[in-house]
Design a protein around this ligand. Structure first.
Ligand SMILES: [Zn+2]
Length: 205
């Protein structure tokens, strides 16, 4: 792609770093921004900059938050000893949309995937195991989706908390294999949380 402006080229190159955005789409988006009032671009970049510099991770559940303790963890009406284990904020949002779960979350930040160099130490597993060992959790619900990485991660955590006084369950497999939680419709996901099955039973099937 030949550019008559280096400034334009730089902006297009930056935009095309985003996933799913090729050079042509990047050019279209950048030209769109150029046609809008300047303030709009400033608001856009300001929102990104402010997010990047001020966003936090909840000290308790590791979810993305504006405060040290997120709104879910800080809510006294939530059942704090039932904890749903998820991969990232998209899963939290998907489950919150179902209104079927009133416990807390623990966000791992990914799944164990040796192929991608992600082991247990790269994830927020230690703090979860600690919470269980301290007796702060009565039930752990695994909601990592039915991929091989999800299964591996569930099993790893399950092994770490063997002998602890905690019930483990997994969301029902109404969710087809390979589907990530965020793409599952609310009704199916809500039902699968309510009809969750003991984790041990999921190992036998
Ligand atoms: Zn939290």
């Amino acid at each position: 792609m030949e550019f008559s402006s280096k400034l334009l080229e730089n902006a297009v190159n930056e935009m095309s770093q985003l996933p799913g955005i090729g050079k042509r789409t990047a050019l279209r988006l950048v030209l769109h921004l150029l046609r809008q009032p300047k303030e709009q671009t400033l608001d856009f970049t300001k929102a990104l900059n402010t997010m990047r510099s001020e966003i936090k991770l909840c000290k308790s559940c590791h979810n993305i938050s504006d405060t040290d303790i997120c709104d879910i963890c800080a809510n006294p009406n939530r059942t704090e000893n039932i904890v749903c284990v998820v991969e990232d904020i998209r899963d939290v949002m998907a489950i919150e949309n179902t209104s079927s779960f009133k416990g807390l979350y623990h966000v791992l930040g990914g799944k164990i995937s040796p192929m991608d160099g992600i082991g247990p130490n790269e994830l927020n597993i230690y703090s979860l195991v600690e919470k269980v060992k301290q007796g702060r959790i009565s039930e752990l619900i695994f909601a990592l989706g039915s991929t091989m990485e999800g299964d591996t991660t569930n099993f790893y955590i399950y092994k770490q908390i063997q002998g602890c006084d905690v019930k483990t369950s997994t969301i029902a497999r109404g969710i087809s294999v390979g589907n990530e939680l965020e793409y599952t419709d609310e009704v199916t996901l809500g039902r699968s949380i309510i009809n969750r099955i003991p984790f041990e039973a999921s190992l036998k099937s």
